[in-house]
Design a binder for this molecule. Structure first.
Ligand code: GNR
Ligand code: NI
Length: 186
């Protein structure tokens, strides 16, 4: 198992559309195991493969609370069949948009068809946090982030802050701790 680096916005890789998986084999299961370990380490409750740079339609999830028994879930080639017309807001976050939390309005429930860890077809009726998380992860497979559901002003503000933080982090790696540093190359 391995912890993989999580891609942070704005990074064009997060905007890719992920491709369907052709076969659920041991190689794919290794990816799913690594994704799960990466998600637990972050920590997060869901992770799409594109967040670790793999443009495949694969999602891992575990909604178990602290102190509860782990309940890992794996979704390959998921499809949402019948989202409810009724929607509800939920305060979302994203490992690729660290430290920002905003309400997003989504269908309150949905049915999902997918392949599980063993490549078996499954159907799941999702509501509550499960429905929120599945829809958030399905968005990732289309190159969509939760901030795309916000106003343009809010989204641009968040992306600007993320860009600035990453610039600062890079400057520090280069041996410069000054965020106002204008040296060429910073
Ligand atoms: O860890 C996560 N928490 C979360 C909270 C509310 C709505 C969605 C999520 S998913 C997120 C992990 C993540 O970024 N998955 O793509
Ligand atoms: Ni996310």
């Amino acid at each position: 198992m391995a912890i993989l680096p999580i891609i942070i916005a704005p990074d064009p890789r997060l905007r890719q559309k992920s491709a369907p998986v052709e076969r659920v084999d041991d190689e794919l299961r290794t990816l799913m195991d690594d994704m799960l370990e990466t998600m637990y380490a972050a920590p997060g409750i869901g992770l799409a493969a594109i967040q670790v740079g793999v443009p495949k339609r694969v999602i891992v999830m575990d909604l178990a609370g602290e102190g509860e028994e782990a309940e890992p879930r794996f979704f390959v080639n998921p499809e949402i069949i019948n989202p409810s017309t009724k929607t509800t807001p939920y305060e979302e976050g994203c490992l690729s948009v660290p430290d920002f939390y905003e309400d997003v309005e989504r269908p309150i429930s949905c049915r999902v068809r997918y392949l599980d860890y063993h490549g078996e077809e499954q159907i799941l009726d999702a509501e509550g946090l499960l429905a929120v998380c599945i829809q958030h992860e399905m968005d990732h497979l289309e190159g969509i982030l939760f901030i795309d559901h916000l106003s343009r002003l809010k989204r641009e503000r968040i992306l600007k802050k993320l860009k600035k933080e990453q610039k600062f982090a890079t400057a520090q790696e280069d041996g410069c701790g000054d965020p106002a540093c204008n040296h060429p190359g910073h």
